[in-house]
Design a protein around this ligand. Structure first.
Ligand SMILES: *[C@@H]1O[C@H](CO)[C@@H](O)[C@H](O)[C@H]1NC(C)=O
Length: 340
């Protein structure tokens, strides 16, 4: 008992090691200082994460459990499973190489069936006749946060090799000599939370440059100065939408164009806690794909973005335009509920 009291006293003496007591409340969290943070699991329930948990994953096998689920307008609800190395799995599917490809990658504790995937899949299929491939990496994503972070490199490399295989197989199937350019130009990688860093790895790894890459509130904890983080080298045009910056998301600009809706931090309008603000990024993106109504305004600097004071030139956040190009820091205000 005495030992326990001494231990509790010792832990309490260092503010950075204090366990935050209200589930989902990260208001005292400081990036790089605090050891504990609340993160939403696949159901949005806050789970306490220890950022100093030791790493035990053997990196080289994390991506071997990746699954690739195809949705098209012919099968918008029930996925067809594509298998790397099995050309028949493409030939017998609704995959159509004449159409653009959108790849969606979930975050920590997510899976192919995560709410944000379902929302974005239905939005992009409504907007355009495209192939949607949802990467399911739930095996590694279900590890504790530190080990899920350690797995993202391998998961991203496996995704890259799947995409290389897909374009090769595809060309062979279509007997098309010169399809490599269009495949990469018509590819849009979209990732949420840790998934944003997975697509960063994949985008840098592949032989061609993906035309568009979108990071939805890319994860912040353990990602500042991390060489594997999403950056502007992941594609021709890389966009990040920051909704819980400095908490579950990264606040620093990391892309070609960085959008900071409502200041880019918790609380987003209609949200009380950081897990809600983090989830707002995929919701805003899905809405933008259908209506393209979020007018970002160029900011002079990040402080203007944080204070929702940007008034420069207009550049829309999100949307479904495959050859979208731009750069800079953008701010905007949104509504508090769908379609925001
Ligand atoms: C593939 O997509 C193109 C463009 O949308 C369409 O014209 C063509 O009919 C599709 N092919 C098949 C086999 O559905």
């Amino acid at each position: 008992m005495k030992v326990l009291l001494v231990l509790i006293g010792f832990i309490a003496s260092c503010v950075c090691n204090v366990i935050p007591s209200i589930p989902g409340d990260n208001s005292n969290y400081v990036e790089g200082v605090n050891r504990y943070i609340w993160m939403p699991d696949g159901e949005g329930v806050p789970q306490l994460v220890d950022l100093e948990q030791s790493v035990y994953v053997s990196n080289p096998r994390s991506g071997a459990d990746n699954q690739y689920w195809l949705y098209t307008r012919e099968n918008p609800i029930n996925a067809e499973i594509l298998i790397n190395g099995d050309a028949e799995s493409i030939r017998s599917s609704n995959y159509n190489s004449s159409r653009p490809l959108i790849v969606l990658v979930h975050g920590w504790y997510g899976s192919a069936n995560s709410e944000d995937n379902i929302l974005i899949t239905s939005a992009v299929l409504e907007a355009d006749d495209v192939n949607v491939i949802v990467l399911d990496w739930h095996v590694a994503a279900s590890l504790d946060y530190v080990n899920a972070v350690a797995s993202t490199l391998d998961v991203g490399e496996y995704l890259a090799s799947f995409l290389e295989w897909l374009t090769d197989t595809d060309d062979e199937h279509a007997r098309c000599c010169c399809c490599v350019g269009p495949f990469w130009n018509n590819l849009h990688l979209i990732g949420f939370g840790l998934g944003a860093h997975v697509i960063g790895v994949a985008g840098r790894q592949v032989g061609g440059r993906p035309g568009r890459v979108t990071g939805l509130d890319p994860s912040g904890p353990l990602w500042n100065e991390n060489p594997n983080a999403l950056d502007s080298n992941a594609g021709r045009y890389v966009e990040a939408i920051h909704t819980d910056g400095g908490s579950l998301g990264i606040f620093t600009p990391i892309a070609d164009a960085d959008f900071y809706p409502n200041g880019g931090r918790n609380p987003q309008p209609g949200c009380a806690i950081s897990t809600c603000s983090h989830n707002r990024a995929p919701e805003l993106f899905a809405s933008s794909v259908i209506t393209n109504h979020f007018e970002g305004r160029l900011c002079d600097d990040i402080n203007q973005a944080e204070n929702v004071q940007c008034s420069g030139s207009i550049f829309n956040m999100g949307n479904a335009i495959s050859n979208k190009r731009g750069s800079g820091i953008y701010g905007l205000a949104t509504g508090s509920n769908w379609p925001f």
